[in-house]
Design a protein around this ligand. Structure first.
Ligand code: PRP
Length: 211
């Protein structure tokens, strides 16, 4: 039997993903060992392999077929723009992609002024400002702690993920515009979807019943 290989996103999404898979009998005991330095885990009985990767790398593994299936945030899918099938909304990891800043920055958006936008998601920000809002902006790519940018004067606004909103609140910032809702999604390699139709559809059907 051919293995079905899963690329899971390291961090917050990984544990919830494994818990969800466990409810449909897709398990991997090996993966629960926190001290292990192993990178790939196998369930021989079920013919499954699992590995953990950084979020932005998950769509890459899936597009190239190094993984048949990926579990990754919608934000990362949109930002990476890879060729793959998005087959299921897993309903966890819910949050929103938003334009945020101090309340005073609202008018820059209303008047479509040329402002600086700091973000970890330059493609999403570009698409939103250029294609949806028709507002010319300068996009500045950062790699984390995006909320710092408007506080220290690097940018007027940011495009970032808002979950509870507490990072914004604690830093005197607010949601100015909502871009889209986000959650964890299952993605599938385009060739695997045809070659492993039966097993992948069975997985989707079983997941649908529990989410
Ligand atoms: C994310 C995001 C926000 C925060 C939002 O950052 O970029 O900073 O979480 O969550 P909240 O609305 O519940 O406060 P993350 O913790 O992933 O780290 P990062 O700043 O390094 O991107």
């Amino acid at each position: 039997m051919n293995y079905i290989t899963f690329a899971l996103t390291k961090g917050r999404l990984a544990k919830t993903t494994l818990d969800l898979f466990e409810t449909i009998g897709v398990t991997c005991e090996e993966m629960k060992d926190k001290d292990s330095r192993k990178l790939i885990f196998v369930n021989e009985q079920l013919g499954l392999k699992f590995f953990l990767a950084k979020g932005p790398d998950v769509p890459t593994y899936v597009e190239y077929g190094a993984a048949d299936v990926g579990i990754v945030g919608k934000d990362t899918i949109m930002e990476e723009g890879r060729k793959l099938y998005e087959v299921l909304d897993l309903g966890f990891g819910k949050c929103r992609m938003c334009v945020c800043g101090p309340q005073s920055a609202k008018e820059y958006l209303q008047h479509k002024e040329l402002i600086r936008v700091a973000t970890k998601y330059p493609n999403i920000a570009k698409d939103y400002f250029y294609n949806k809002k028709h507002q010319t902006v300068e996009i500045i790519k950062l790699n984390g702690s995006i909320e710092l940018a408007p506080i220290v004067g690097l940018s007027e606004v940011i495009v970032d993920i808002v979950e509870t909103g507490s990072t914004l609140r604690e830093n005197g910032l607010t949601v100015l515009e909502e871009i889209c809702p986000l959650s964890a999604r299952m993605v599938v390699n385009q060739v695997s979807m045809k070659m492993e139709q039966e097993r992948i559809w069975s997985l989707i059907d079983r997941l649908r019943k529990v989410i």
